[in-house]
Design a protein around this ligand. Structure first.
Ligand SMILES: [Zn+2]
Ligand SMILES: [Zn+2]
Length: 256
């Protein structure tokens, strides 16, 4: 699933230009100029490109993995019964909400993304740098991406600092080193701030959307199995579960 958002596509292009520029400066202007005759050169070349490879892999997975979009119903739905029936019949669907844009039921903590135009499970935020939502299923790839960007930025700064003692040679080398230093500091600090924010959200069990809405950390009263059954039942009611073959009984049978 690739979102056709011009801002997201531009951010992805900027990301890859920044990565390959860092590789160009480190290989051509640092390693080949200062470490060509030592084993450090080969070691740094290998390590730096390994981090770039891992960074690109985690980025691509964060971009291309479904963050947890809720399937759309095939037919228009009648929402009039959700609250009355569920409360009368003793089923606890209080936490379930209705998305009027997707015209579907959604489990607790799912939110609608205006850019993706879909509801996403445990949506944290929409990130233009991965042109995707950060949700339940791709958050770990997003965190890996942040860590690798931080590692690459730190590594670049260390390489520049260790090679600046013989910086008198070429003007272009000085220029590229300064640009890479600025780029690394900027991106490094930016991703570390987001990483700390993400870790706080995970440890506090509160997504960015919930923080904005001041909903407080989510504490389910039910086991994960019970929540899974609810999700399955809602899919069945949406006719999506029927197609996926996960339905055994309808939501109303469950309530009886
Ligand atoms: Zn929605
Ligand atoms: Zn989104």
């Amino acid at each position: 699933m690739f979102i056709k958002d011009p801002c997201g596509i531009a951010c992805i292009i900027v990301t890859y230009i920044a990565i390959f520029y860092a590789d160009y400066v480190v290989v051509k202007w640092i390693i080949l100029q200062t470490m060509v005759n030592s084993l450090w050169g080969a070691f740094n070349l290998l390590m730096f490109n390994c981090i770039i490879f891992l960074l690109c892999m985690s980025h691509l997975r964060a971009v291309l993995t479904d963050p947890g979009t809720i399937p759309l119903p095939e037919n228009r739905m009648d929402f009039s019964d959700i609250h009355s029936h569920s409360s009368e019949l003793g089923c606890d669907f209080v936490n379930w909400t209705i998305c009027t844009r997707c015209e579907t039921y959604r489990p607790p903590r799912a939110h609608h993304c205006r850019i993706c135009k879909r509801c996403v499970l445990r949506m944290d935020h929409h990130c233009p740098w991965i042109n995707n939502c950060v949700g339940e299923r791709n958050q770990k790839f997003f965190l890996q991406f942040l860590l690798y960007v931080g590692a690459l930025a730190g590594y670049s700064v260390v390489l520049i600092l260790f090679s600046c003692d013989d910086l008198v040679t070429k003007q272009s080398r000085i220029m590229h080193s300064i640009i890479l230093m600025l780029e690394s500091t900027l991106f490094g600090m930016f991703v570390m701030a987001i990483f700390i924010d993400q870790m706080q959200a995970i440890l506090g069990d509160e997504t960015a959307v919930e923080q904005v809405k001041h909903q407080g950390p989510y504490r389910p009263y039910k086991s994960k199995m019970a929540l899974l059954t609810e999700y399955k039942d809602a899919l069945c009611k949406n006719d999506v579960g029927m197609k996926l073959g996960v339905c055994e009984k309808t939501i109303m049978d469950q309530c009886k």
